[in-house]
Design a protein around this ligand. Structure first.
Ligand code: ATP
Length: 376
């Protein structure tokens, strides 16, 4: 019986590793906590070394955390306080490693059937055969059942790995950068495929990637990690449109960042924050809460929310400044423009056919509705 709306809950997770050739230890996972809604696609996103894989391995039971709690379906599978650490095979999970873990000496059918023959939920030969063939059909591999697994393409191998994992009937599917070995075109195709399989089977999925495009395209929820810590948890548009820190603003998408000082600490219900910067006062409709007590902030605006306008005299419009074009690049679907307001350069996405050249005087408008004040 399902007892909670969360398939997974982690709190206060810590994992230390001894540094090679020294007595020091480093904190690979530092007080990480999050909950994963049932049936959702949940992504851990962050740069190399930020602790994603270690967190995933702690979930799988392949790594034992130093502190913290992990529960699955409301049952503790790890608790440092209660000295509980359930073995990987007794956790309701299946994991697809980066390399897919497909056995080259076995045929496609035998690879997929492996968990039903030797896993925690074995069944009769006849039933196993029926279930494997049905699953291969679902992932579009029925005609490959008798081929050697080495004869499959990269994308087909991924589907086989997924089929085998789903045959374990896991409550939670753990995927560690499954697209990282593929070329860019195949990656884009397979990420859509992976997402549609996840929705079709409705299995709670925890996905690890350092690719922000992949995370935005596939996820219901993203946790952004940095140096072993959680920076922000949110839906893709919350993460992209309202980043909570400079790190998130910079790592997810590209951001124009300007340092400044906020006029005051915003209160609940405030519409705008005003920030004094080298350009002048910037009005920001977005701000992460709760902010620190200091007024030091960075203002963030995405290039698509910077408008290039004619260099007319002051119109009184908020966040409008005179600027000079530094460079422009035609990209087919848009023109990438860099324009300097004094010493501060802004990257803007303009109409592909805008007639503009380096040295031109223009105006830039930083749309206040999309301007974010960041306190960290
Ligand atoms: P990547 O995307 O490169 O896999 P990641 O975000 O998954 O990175 P982890 O693999 O979790 O990061 O590593 C986090 C930190 O822990 C890194 O500094 C790494 O060097 C260290 N680390 C991970 N595993 C071990 C280990 N077995 N022994 C020592 N240090 C480790």
């Amino acid at each position: 019986m399902q007892t909670t709306e969360h398939a997974v809950a982690i709190s206060g997770l810590e994992k230390r590793f001894a540094r090679k050739q020294s007595d020091e230890v480093s904190l690979a996972v530092d007080n990480v906590g999050f909950t994963v809604p049932r049936g959702g696609f949940f992504t851990m996103l962050g740069p190399s070394g930020c602790g994603k894989t270690t967190t995933l391995r702690c979930l799988a039971g392949l790594e034992s955390a130093d502190r913290g709690e992990i529960s699955m379906n409301g049952k503790a599978v790890f608790s440092s306080a209660a000295r509980r650490d359930v073995a990987p095979e007794d956790r309701p999970i299946a994991m697809v490693p980066q390399s897919y873990g497909i056995w080259p000496h076995m045929k496609v059918f035998d690879n997929a059937a492996f968990p039903l023959r030797y896993g925690r939920k074995t069944c009769s030969r006849g039933e196993a055969r029926t279930r494997v063939l049905a699953m291969l059909e679902q992932v579009g591999l029925s005609e490959y059942a008798d081929r050697w697994s080495t004869q499959l393409s990269g994308g087909q191998q991924q589907r086989l790995a997924l089929a085998r994992a789903l045959l374990c009937e896991p409550e939670v599917l753990l995927l560690d950068e499954p697209l990282s070995n593929l070329d860019a075109k195949l990656r884009a195709q397979l990420r859509a495929e992976l997402r549609s399989f996840q929705q079709k089977f409705g299995v709670t999925t925890i996905y690890v990637t350092h690719d922000q495009g992949e995370a935005l395209a596939m996820s219901d929820t993203i946790v952004v990690m940095n140096r072993g810590r959680v920076e922000q948890i949110g839906t893709p548009d919350e993460i992209y449109d309202s980043p909570a820190s400079r790190f998130v603003a910079d790592f997810v998408g590209s951001a124009n960042l300007v340092p400044g000082v906020a006029d005051r600490t915003p209160r609940a219900g405030d519409r705008m924050v005003e920030v004094k910067t080298a350009l002048g006062v910037l009005r920001c409709a977005r701000f992460a809460t709760p902010p620190a007590q200091t007024g030091d902030v960075h203002v963030c605006i995405r290039p698509e929310h910077v408008r290039i306008v004619p260099a007319t005299t002051d119109t009184g419009e908020a966040n409008r400044f005179p600027a000079r074009v530094t460079s422009t690049e035609y990209l087919g679907d848009r023109r990438e423009v860099v324009a300097a307001v004094g010493d501060v350069e802004f990257r803007a996405h303009a109409d592909a056919h805008l007639r503009i050249r380096p040295g031109d005087d223009v105006g830039v408008v930083l749309d206040p509705e999309w301007t974010v004040a960041l306190w960290s």
